[in-house]
Design a binder for this molecule. Structure first.
Ligand SMILES: Cc1cc2nc3c(=O)[nH]c(=O)nc-3n(C[C@H](O)[C@H](O)[C@H](O)COP(=O)(O)O)c2cc1C
Length: 472
């Protein structure tokens, strides 16, 4: 496959972000890689776009590779995207993904910006990788980079129908819990759930939280914080552990109500407080089946992304049935739209990676979600936390630390998982930065170092790439 890397960093060859793509290339050498330094050479592309146009037309996968700059991408990449749009090139049938490095400060808005624009241009967008700028220097980050690209290649193969059933869908002994809030008389969610069950090879159990005899909503009494038990005796703790925690993946199904997932689902979320600030599905992939116009609910979309991040879950996608407002008989609607002409109106969670278009087929998208979850369970696929996850965790970290005397279970859990990453004990880095600062403040030295600064910063990355040993 022909892969075009659009390097949006003004540092060109010396970009830290670009090193992640160079590392990936060592592990996936069968693809044909091309690179354009669009960030550094934007003036050239403004004068003459022909070389870029040629490369873009020939590419099957375009990788937007850039540093996060002030909530978004560098202005140079914004300009290149303008030029791409003005070029009139038809990008339909091509795939796009993105790789960034940053400190995760508003990386989410940058990724969303590139995703939206790639979708405008007709690309099929695959969820990108948001790495910390130091990730590539550590085994965990290296593994995440490899896993990311493996998932990209899998997604393309799946989309092109190139996978055999065995590799696409088999899940021996895997369990998926569908946590549903299905109101009496709702015909949409049961149909979507049924489709999902038919599409998945895993053991799928459905838990309808409407049927759980909740004694009430969380009272904020902190009884659970003191002795680990809830003041209510409705056995919700056991329910969480026995029905939901045992699953390898979770699918949440609800109807959009008043721009949220509805009060019943909210009650379910609040009551999980009894498990402390630890979600019961930590590390597992999650997906959503949504009855309602999800594409028009930006706050709910943010919330769902953040909910996955804070839970340490990989967000595998959301399939939304958008016709319910008008729908009286879901079955007829379903059969007419998805059965006969196959053009049901589906809003995919674009951020999740796959289609992101509002036209499609409910059955196809549900099957895609089932396959994605299957892939994630089999490969234990997850990604580095983004702004929602990293930032959210730092707030909770500080809170739990201060409240450790009372929130004993949380405190133990946070210690165990290394969430207390303060005070910053990285004396080597701190001293190194003092040294760099002193050199930069010295005009003579600073002049001498000149452009070699970024080159010097690249040395450890280069060493990781040189030493990388792909398995034969
Ligand atoms: C002008 C500028 C703005 C930046 N804005 C952000 C930001 O909003 N969030 C963040 O986490 N990092 C930010 N950074 C840090 C870069 O994203 C980070 O250093 C990146 O790894 C540089 O990659 P590169 O070498 O590929 O250019 C910014 C850096 C610069 C120079």
């Amino acid at each position: 496959m022909r892969v075009l890397i659009l390097n949006g960093s003004p540092s060109g060859e010396n970009s830290i972000t670009l090193q992640t793509m160079h590392y990936i290339q060592k592990f996936y050498p069968k693809q044909e890689y091309h690179e354009l330094h669009v960030g550094q050479k934007i003036r050239m592309f403004e004068t003459d776009f022909s070389k870029a146009a040629e490369e873009l037309k020939a590419a099957e996968l375009v990788v937007f590779c850039y540093p996060v700059y002030t909530f978004l991408a560098p202005a140079q990449l914004h300009r290149f995207i303008e030029l791409m749009k003005e070029s009139g090139i038809d990008f339909r049938g091509k795939y796009a993904t993105q790789v960034t490095t940053s400190k995760h400060f508003y990386d989410v808005t940058a990724h969303e910006y590139v995703r939206e624009n790639a979708e405008d241009m007709g690309f099929t967008v695959i969820r990108g990788l948001s790495a910390d700028m130091e990730d590539l220097l550590h085994p965990k980050g290296q593994k995440e980079a490899r896993a990311f690209f493996r998932h990209v290649l899998w997604s393309i193969k799946y989309d092109r129908g190139e996978l055999s059933k065995v590799t696409a869908e088999i899940d021996q002994g895997k369990k998926i819990a569908i946590v549903a809030d299905v109101a009496e008389g709702n015909e949409v969610l049961p149909k979507m759930i049924e489709e999902f069950q038919a599409a998945s090879e895993a053991e799928v159990t459905v838990v309808n939280i409407r049927e759980f005899p909740f004694a009430g909503g969380c009272l904020g009494c902190f009884h659970c914080a003191a002795d680990g038990t809830c003041i209510y005796k409705d056995r919700f703790d056991e329910f969480l552990r026995e029905k939901i925690q045992v699953a390898d993946a979770c699918v949440y199904a609800f109807t959009i109500k008043d721009h949220s997932m509805g009060q019943r689902f909210k009650l379910f979320d609040d009551r999980q407080f009894c498990n402390g600030h630890r979600t019961v599905t930590m590390g597992k992939p999650v997906g959503y089946l949504i009855d309602g116009d999800y594409g028009k609910e930006p706050n709910l979309r943010t919330l769902i992304e953040a909910r996955a991040q804070v839970g340490g879950n990989y967000f595998a996608g959301a399939v939304a049935w958008t016709d319910t407002v008008q729908a009286h008989g879901m079955t007829e609607q379903y059969e007419v739209k998805a059965g006969e002409d196959g053009t049901a109106d589906v809003a995919m969670a674009g951020k999740a990676g796959t289609k992101g278009q509002s036209e499609g087929n409910v059955k196809v998208e549900i099957r895609r979600l089932a396959a994605e979850l299957s892939y994630c369970m089999r490969h234990r696929y997850n990604q580095p936390a983004d702004f929602y996850g990293v930032g959210g965790m730092k707030i909770f970290r500080d809170l739990i630390y201060q409240m450790q005397g009372m929130m004993r279970e949380d405190h133990r859990f946070y210690k165990e998982h290394g969430f207390y990453d303060f005070p910053q004990k990285r004396m080597g880095t701190i001293l190194g930065m003092y040294l760099v600062g002193a050199m930069m403040n010295n005009p003579k030295l600073s002049k001498k170092i000149g452009g070699n600064m970024t080159k010097g910063m690249l040395m450890p990355y280069q060493s990781v790439i040189d030493k990388a040993k792909p398995r034969k």
